[in-house]
Design a protein around this ligand. Structure first.
Ligand code: FE2
Length: 360
């Protein structure tokens, strides 16, 4: 029988993502609590590809069984293994009221309703731009958080990419002075502009690709930026650059979500170093699971199809991200605003990444 450390080494070899024995223990812990692959991905807070390979190997080793109804569960050998290694069922104490965000939204009930009503005819998520939008509660929580921190009321807000329609929610809240959306998808630009005119909101969307310089009129023009970036390290760098180039100077803030499903902690560490050392900002908040995404239609066709337990429709909103808030502190003097080519969507931690053995 392969030990836990041996399984971790196999997973690392297959995924190219650093994997520790503790990662495998964590997944075994989750497998004692839930029996759907996507729930294990959510509960373990580990990259999708690590969870997929770990589960695949555990099945091969006879420690886990893949049942006909698509669920997975420990075999007798698996149960003996977790006992020997003292791996216990995952504990989970998420607050059901605020969904872990720590915000009371009772003042925003009307806004949630209004936002849902006004965006019923929103464009659906498409794969071309890695889209997948968040729940209405998430959108309004973003508004509440920015408002609470003094980053929204009477302020100018820059939204970089907005399939979540945060701009419209911000406009409907009547808090910001002005909202500018920079977006690559014409469907979303047109939708936001049409709604903004219809509802008389101080919101305007323009066509923009992150890889271009931020247009001059938007440089040093905003108090706050918010974005939901693609998660290759290069994309994170470019998106931060554009957001920060848009800020007026010291004491301004940026908000964005980073997942664990598509970003390992090795990537998190690299990114955090970049924030502190290269961009000279401070990280004021990281709120786990703040952003909850509505399951998007193209998921199963866009990901690996070598494991049947992966090709199962998710039941819960399993894809979440941690909300980062960064702030420009004393001495912040802006960032360079040069055009920059980069791979936006694909690295070996991305959902759409297919291990080499699977690509033709
Ligand atoms: Fe709570």
């Amino acid at each position: 029988m392969t030990g836990i450390a041996g399984i971790a080494r196999q997973v690392e070899r297959r995924t190219g993502i650093k994997t520790t024995a503790r990662d495998v223990e964590n997944i075994l812990s989750c497998l004692q609590r839930v029996s759907h692959f996507w729930e294990v991905v959510y509960l373990s807070q580990k990259p999708f590809n690590i969870v997929a390979e770990t589960v695949g190997i555990l099945i091969n080793e006879g420690l886990l069984e893949n049942r006909e109804d698509g669920t997975i569960g420990l075999t007798q050998a698996g149960k003996e293994l977790v006992e020997v290694y003292r791996i216990y069922p995952k504990r989970h104490y998420a607050c059901p009221h605020c969904e872990r965000r720590g915000l009371d939204l009772s003042e925003f009930n009307e806004l949630i309703k209004r936002f849902e009503q006004e965006t019923k005819d929103r464009p659906e998520a498409v794969i071309d731009y890695d889209q997948g939008y968040v729940t209405s509660k998430t959108v309004i929580s973003r508004i509440a958080m920015m408002a609470e921190r003094g980053d929204l009321e009477g302020k100018k807000l820059l939204v970089l990419g907005d399939d979540d329609l945060v701009s419209l929610a911000a406009g409907l809240s009547e808090l910001p002075q002005e909202v500018v959306v920079l977006e690559i998808d014409d469907r979303i630009i047109d939708y936001i502009n049409k709604k903004a005119v219809q509802l008389e909101l101080p919101v305007k969307a323009y066509k923009y690709d992150f890889r271009q310089s931020l247009p001059g009129e938007f440089v040093r023009a905003f108090d706050t930026f918010t974005t939901d970036p693609p998660e290759t390290i290069e994309a994170l760098e470019v998106v931060m650059k554009r957001g920060l180039a848009g800020l007026k100077g010291e004491g301004c803030a940026g908000y964005f979500g980073i997942t664990k499903a598509e970003s390992s902690f090795v990537k998190w560490r690299e990114f955090q170093k970049m924030l502190l050392n290269k961009f000279d900002v401070t990280i004021t908040d990281i709120i786990e699971d703040f952003n909850q995404y509505v399951n998007w239609g193209y998921l199963l066709e866009s990901i690996r199809d070598d494991y049947s337990f992966v090709q199962v429709k998710p039941k819960l909103n399993w894809y979440r991200s941690s909300m980062y808030r960064i702030e420009t502190v004393s001495g912040f003097s802006g960032v360079d605003n040069e055009p920059q080519e980069c791979e936006l969507y694909l690295d070996n931690e991305a959902l759409i990444y297919k291990p080499v053995s699977l690509t033709k």
